[in-house]
Design a protein around this ligand. Structure first.
Ligand code: GAL
Length: 440
């Protein structure tokens, strides 16, 4: 069976990430295949939809909630009738809490209408191979999406040749955000290398500013920081090899990467374990911290908080690399009100829906035909980078490794944040690769 063994899944994920670049770069820019939804249901939408439509996500912060609301606002235009949308959110960045609630509901036979799930291993290994999702080939055919989404994206949402979710965006994990005024006052430039990072961090500390804001009340935020450090230290091939077994988790290179991570943690705010990612971002906004390393949902957080004096750069060592993830929605088997859900999925994939959502969410469209001029300068730069950079999968956001593997890494990171024992941490990370059946 295709994708039956985890090892093949990881290899496949890497292959499709590479394809994603190729698919995007060669993407067809025309609108062919995209039909305009009409009130008469010309694209197959039954007119006169009714009932509740429960949309489950973890989008509760400023930019996240604003993007989601923009989709809700468009729903009646695309899906005529009288549907009541139930906004079922479970707060907590990266779905750290939401995933547990979702698992209980799915296993208990109580699925929401549709739910937010990361493209790649998080979707496929958890819900598709286990037969909890409906295939969406009918919708992709109806909407002509084979010509609209990059081939690599089509591949990664598919299992045994059928797509199982609709990607609403592409996010970038490896972004270093900084407070421009703080940097100017201290004559600093965003650091491109680890040496430069530690010089800048020392200068900020001397100036009485927290160098690096971190909010890991959900451990994923530390793992997020670590994944950028692994990428910056090991390079694209070395980093990708971690998820295929080609890079040795016990190697000196990984030790050096973890040493960099360990040293970075010396420069974070003392109260990091009690803050969320967006509260950490507030430290940058207030000028209490100089930098934070966070995905580009931080761009939307600045927008929602009317803060404009920020700059961005690739975290140390990651220039030319795009650590990618994507939020998608699917149709669970036995979802209540499936017609309303199918129309939601159609909306999520439309050009209008993706433009409305992503301009507020701090992400770029998964479609390759969105109007660039609608997007802010950061997102325009991300659109360019997505076409030219090397694409690598994010760990903390479900693209690089199965949920079980990520959870083991999260547990190891929780211990490391407290004991700061690099040797023990590396050993646990190496063991986690073996448990995932990717390393021997
Ligand atoms: C990611 C998700 C983003 C953003 C972020 C912080 O996992 O893909 O859309 O919401 O978490 O919550």
């Amino acid at each position: 069976m295709l994708f039956a063994r985890p090892k093949f899944l990881f290899l496949a994920a890497i292959a499709v990430m590479v394809l994603a670049v190729f698919g995007y770069a060669c993407g067809d820019d025309d609108d062919e295949g995209e039909e305009t939804p009409t009130a008469t249901g010309a694209t197959g939408t039954p007119a006169g939809l009714t009932g509740d439509l429960e949309i489950f996500s973890w989008w509760t912060t400023g930019g996240e909630a604003a993007g989601l609301q923009a989709l809700f606002d468009l729903y009646p235009d695309v899906c005529p009738g009288d549907v009541e949308i139930v906004n079922a959110t479970v707060a907590g960045g990266a779905g750290f809490n939401a995933r547990q609630v979702l698992t209980t509901r799915m296993l208990g036979g109580d699925p929401p209408g549709s739910f937010q799930v990361h493209m790649g291993h998080e979707l496929t290994d958890t819900w598709v191979t286990t037969d909890y999702m409906e295939p969406l080939d009918f919708l992709y055919e109806q909407e002509g999406w084979a010509d609209i989404f990059p081939q690599g994206v089509l591949d990664i949402v598919s299992y045994e040749d059928k797509p199982y979710s609709v990607p609403v965006n592409i996010h970038r994990a490896n972004v270093l955000w900084y407070n421009k005024a703080v940097f100017e006052e201290n004559n600093l430039e965003p650091p491109a290398t680890f040496d430069e990072f530690f010089e800048v961090a020392d200068a900020l500390e001397t100036a009485g500013v927290t160098p690096l804001a971190l909010g890991d009340n959900g451990i994923w935020a530390s793992v997020h920081l670590m994944e950028t450090v692994l990428l910056g230290s090991l390079g694209g091939d070395g980093y990708k090899g971690l998820w295929t077994g080609e890079t040795d988790w016990n190697s000196a290179e990984v030790t050096a990467a973890l040493d960099n991570f360990d040293k970075m943690l010396d420069y974070v705010n003392d109260d990091h374990t009690s803050l969320s990612w967006d509260q950490a971002n507030d430290l940058v906004i207030q000028g209490d911290a100089g930098m934070t390393i966070m995905g580009d949902w931080a761009d939307a957080d600045y927008k929602a908080k009317n803060f404009e004096d920020f700059g961005w750069a690739p975290p140390p060592g990651t220039n030319g690399m795009y650590q990618a993830l994507s939020d998608t929605f699917g149709l669970p088997k036995d979802a209540p009100n499936p017609d309303a859900v199918k129309c939601w999925l159609k909306l999520v994939g439309t050009k209008d829906g993706q433009e409305a959502f992503n301009t507020l969410k701090g992400s770029i469209c998964a479609r390759d035909d969105c109007d660039k001029t609608l997007f802010d300068p950061y997102l325009q730069s991300a659109m360019d980078d997505w076409k030219s950079d090397e694409i690598v999968p994010s760990l903390a956001h479900g693209a690089a490794a199965s949920q079980g593997w990520v959870e083991e890494i999260n547990d190891a990171a929780t211990a490391f944040i407290t004991d700061r024992d690099v040797g023990a941490f590396q050993g646990r990370l190496a063991d986690a690769c073996v448990s995932a059946e990717v390393c021997e």
